[in-house]
Design a binder for this molecule. Structure first.
Ligand code: C5P
Ligand code: MG
Length: 293
C-alpha cells in the first residue's frame, strides 16, 4: 500500500497548504528522509519568512522597518523612508512586471534607503533598544524550529536582503541565535565612534540573491556533504538562494504567500513545492523538519 503524503505529515492537510504536485513533494521528502539528516541543510529568507507578516491585523516590520520606525530616525527621515516604502514595495510584489524590469528599481530602493539611514547617523549602541521596542515577531513555532535544528546539528543559513545587524539582534533577543546559524545579509559599517558610515560589501536586494549565493562559495564548499536542501522564502527572489549549493541532490521549497494572494498564487504554486497562504506559523516547516530528522 502506498502511503499518502497527509499520513506522512498531517500538517500538509492544513487549510493554509497548497501544492501543485503533492506526489512530487512526497517523492522529494522520501528521498531526503532516506539520505538522512546528516545530508540536510536549511536555507531560509528572514523578513516575512521567519518573521510574521501580520499580528492582530497589523503589519509587522521588516529589518528595515524596525529602524525606520525607531527613535534612531528623525521625523523627517521617517517620512522619507515611508515614502520610499510606499513607492517601491508595490513594485516588489507586482506580479504584472517581470523580475528583470523590477531589478533596477529594487537597487534604487535599497540604495536610497541606505543613503537615508546613513544620513541619520545611527548609533550602533541604539540597535538593541530599537529591536526590543519594535513589533517584530518571529513566527509561531520559531523556538522548536531553531532549537531542533541546533540539537540535530543541521546548518541553517539565513539569507536576507534585510539588515544583518538587525536580524541578528532579533534572533539573539529571541534566544535562538545558535552556533549552527549563519547569516548572509547587508551589514552596517560603523566608524570608530560607533556611528553608521556605510553598508559593507555587495548590496543584497530581493532579486539578486543568486549573485549573493555565488559570492559565498566557501560556505557552500564547507557544506558539500549536505546536498539536500530545505529552502524557505516569501518572495520569488528567494528561489535562487540555494544556487551556490554544490552537487545538489534534492531541494524542497516552502513559500509563504502573505500578500496579494489571488494575483500571485499561481506563480507561487509554479515555483514553490509547498505554498503556505496567510499562515503566520512555522507549523509546516517544523513538521517537515521533524519528519526529516
Ligand atoms: O529578509 P528579506 O530578504 O526578506 O528582506 C528583504 C525585505 O525587506 C523585502 O521583502 C522588502 O520588502 C523589505 N525592505 C524594506 N525596506 C527597505 C528595503 C527592503 O522593508 N528599504
Ligand atoms: Mg522576505
Amino acid at each position: 500500500m502506498t502511503t499518502n503524503i497527509n499520513e506522512m505529515i498531517p500538517e500538509l492537510s492544513n487549510p493554509s497548504v497548497y501544492m501543485r504536485d503533492p506526489q512530487r513533494v512526497q517523492e522529494i521528502l522520501q528521498s531526503m528522509m532516506k539520505a538522512g539528516s546528516n545530508t540536510l541543510q536549511v536555507i531560509s529568507d528572514f523578513d516575512m519568512t521567519l518573521t510574521r507578516f501580520e499580528y492582530n491585523g497589523k503589519r509587522c516590520p521588516t529589518c528595515h522597518n524596525i529602524l525606520d520606525e525607531s527613535q534612531l530616525i528623525s521625523e523627517d527621515g521617517k517620512e522619507e523612508l515611508k515614502e520610499l516604502l510606499n513607492t517601491y514595495y508595490p513594485i516588489e510584489i507586482d506580479s504584472s512586471q517581470s523580475i528583470e524590469d523590477k531589478l533596477p528599481l529594487m537597487v534604487e530602493w535599497w540604495t536610497k534607503a541606505h543613503e537615508l539611514l546613513i544620513q541619520q547617523k545611527i548609533r550602533k549602541d541604539g540597535i538593541a533598544t530599537a529591536v526590543g521596542e519594535s513589533e517584530a515577531k518571529l513566527r509561531e513555532g520559531y523556538q522548536l524550529f531553531f532549537d531542533h535544528l541546533h540539537e540535530h546539528s543541521i546548518p541553517v543559513l539565513i539569507f536576507s536582503a534585510g539588515i544583518g545587524d538587525i536580524l541578528e539582534e532579533v534572533i539573539h533577543q529571541a534566544g535562538v541565535f545558535h552556533p549552527n546559524v549563519k547569516v548572509f545579509s547587508n551589514y552596517m559599517d560603523f566608524d570608530e565612534d560607533g556611528v553608521l558610515k556605510a553598508f559593507k560589501g555587495e548590496l543584497i536586494h530581493v532579486y539578486n540573491k543568486r549573485e549573493g549565493a555565488l559570492l559565498n562559495t566557501g560556505h557552500f564548499q564547507e557544506l558539500r556533504t549536505r546536498p539536500n536542501v530545505l529552502l524557505m522564502g516569501d518572495s520569488l527572489g528567494d528561489l535562487t538562494m540555494a544556487d551556490g549549493v554544490q552537487d545538489m541532490e534534492n531541494i524542497l521549497k516552502i513559500g509563504f504567500l502573505n500578500d496579494k494572494v489571488e494575483e500571485r498564487k499561481q506563480s507561487y504554486l509554479d515555483s514553490y513545492d509547498i505554498v503556505l497562504v496567510k499562515d503566520e506559523t512555522l507549523d509546516v516547516p517544523n513538521a517537515v523538519v521533524l519528519y526529516l530528522t
